[in-house]
Design a protein. Structure first.
Length: 172
């Protein structure tokens, strides 16, 4: 009886060890195959998404260039001599450009979109602050004050563009 149990153990122990090794081997193999498939799917998705992401960065860069005060003032000429009308025209141009590019936030990082929005709002604040100045009494004087202020300091768009350039270089 003891001999039968010992004989049974001598047959079962190697079978259990072989079964455990086979189990771990196949589990590892299946896990590696799943990881490989996921990698290939991710690679295909990245290949399709990269051009869309780069296009979004291009559009945001164009937006930031268009709302630079120096370029905005050249493009949007005053329709009247009233500084308030010109302020409204400039802000409407910025908002229109921004709304035209709203969908780009899907393709860029949250931080990039936040910096873009901040640059837009800072540009609007520059315009509003200049309008409130005592030196400004006409649309032409408003243009002059904004342009002279932009000569002295960097525009919000420049800072945002620098960030975008860094982010795009990280993609490569």
């Amino acid at each position: 009886m003891e001999l039968d149990i010992l004989g049974l153990l001598l047959y079962c122990v190697p079978a259990i060890i072989t079964g455990a090794i086979a189990f771990f081997f196949f589990r590892e193999h299946v896990e590696n195959e799943n990881n490989r498939r996921n990698f290939l799917i991710q690679k295909d998705l990245q290949k399709d998404a990269l051009p869309l992401r780069l296009q979004a960065y291009e559009r945001i860069s164009l937006f930031l260039e268009r709302i630079k005060p120096s370029k905005l003032l050249l493009r949007a000429k005053p329709t009247s001599s009233k500084k308030e009308d010109y302020e409204s025209l400039l802000i409407a141009n910025i908002e229109q450009e921004f709304n035209h590019n709203l969908a780009q936030q899907i393709y860029v990082t949250d931080q990039c979109w936040s910096i873009t929005s901040t640059a837009k709002n800072a540009t609007i604040q520059i315009i509003r602050k200049a309008t409130l100045s005592d030196k400004v009494d006409s649309a032409d004087k408003l243009r002059e004050v904004i342009l002279s202020e932009m000569m002295e300091k960097r525009s919000p768009s420049d800072a945002a563009l620098s960030f975008i350039k860094e982010e795009v270089s990280d993609i490569w």
